[in-house]
Design a protein around this ligand. Structure first.
Ligand SMILES: Nc1ncnc2c1ncn2[C@@H]1O[C@H](COP(=O)(O)OP(=O)(O)OP(=O)(O)O)[C@@H](O)[C@H]1O
Ligand SMILES: Nc1ccn([C@@H]2O[C@H](COP(=O)(O)O)[C@@H](O)[C@H]2O)c(=O)n1
Length: 210
């Protein structure tokens, strides 16, 4: 079984994806980490995020070990940097085979990102578009960063989320959008457990219909 989950920054898609993977005995891939790792490689090499040749080299040379340091990849500025390199069609193309092979490897997988249901796995067994109000997402992400010892204001987090949403939605290739056949799951008024239960219900409906 392949479950495709898309949604804007800090909507809770990763939290739901991890819980669904455990629930259904599937593997999980947070595809945002791929773009974060490409950006991290560029920064480590001293290259500009705006250099197309350097971006392609960083994307093509990406290895599993580049995904190991989650704290670094989730650190300050990395979401923004990832969204800059993710707008490059050549970078996206370089990520495609890995994601599709991951999804198809038995017993299947839950993938979360921005273009999973629309581009990476258009034939997924179930598709969810997870969202929440920008202010709610910013509040949750702010709480998470402060709990981890980070130093940021709520206003900075909200601005980052809005900037990334705008760039991810407006880009020409694989923009963030709900697939026509995806279920909409708005978690603004749901806690984590309620959101997970709603996801299971929606997936139950999708897979029963196949
Ligand atoms: N329904 C919810 N209620 C309250 N908090 C939530 C809910 N869902 C997720 N969270 C919290 O919100 C934060 C963002 O969630 P998560 O990392 O799953 O979002 P995401 O969409 O995967 O983010 P990103 O786009 O940055 O990868 C986390 O701290 C998570 O624990
Ligand atoms: N399938 C995807 C996943 C992510 N991106 C881009 O990466 C940025 C960081 O993603 P997070 O999920 O870790 O927040 C995101 O803002 C997107 O620009 C993508 O394009 N496609």
């Amino acid at each position: 079984m392949i479950i495709a989950i898309d949604g804007p920054a800090a909507s809770g898609k990763g939290t739901i994806a991890r819980k669904l993977a455990a629930h259904y005995g599937l593997r999980h891939l947070d595809t945002g980490m791929l773009y974060r790792a490409v950006a991290a490689r560029l920064i480590a090499a001293g290259a500009s995020l705006d250099d197309p040749a350097a971006r392609l080299e960083a994307a093509r040379g990406l290895a599993m070990e580049n995904l190991a340091d989650e704290a670094q990849l989730r650190g300050p500025g990395m979401g923004e940097a990832a969204s800059i390199v993710a707008a490059d069609p050549a970078v996206r193309a370089a990520m495609l085979d890995f994601q599709r092979n991951f999804a198809r490897t038995p017993p299947g997988a839950v993938l979360d990102g921005r273009d999973i249901a629309t581009v990476v796995c258009p034939d997924a067994d179930a598709k969810l578009f997870v969202t929440a109000a920008a202010e709610t997402r910013a509040r949750r992400r702010f709480k998470e960063i402060i709990a981890a010892g980070g130093d940021v204001s709520y206003e900075q987090v909200l601005a980052d989320i809005r900037r990334r949403d705008a760039r991810d939605t407006a880009r020409a290739v694989a923009p963030l959008r709900k697939a026509d056949d995806a279920h909409l799951l708005d978690t603004t008024d749901l806690d984590i457990e309620a959101a997970f239960r709603a996801a299971v219900d929606l997936i139950g409906g999708s897979t029963a219909a196949k």
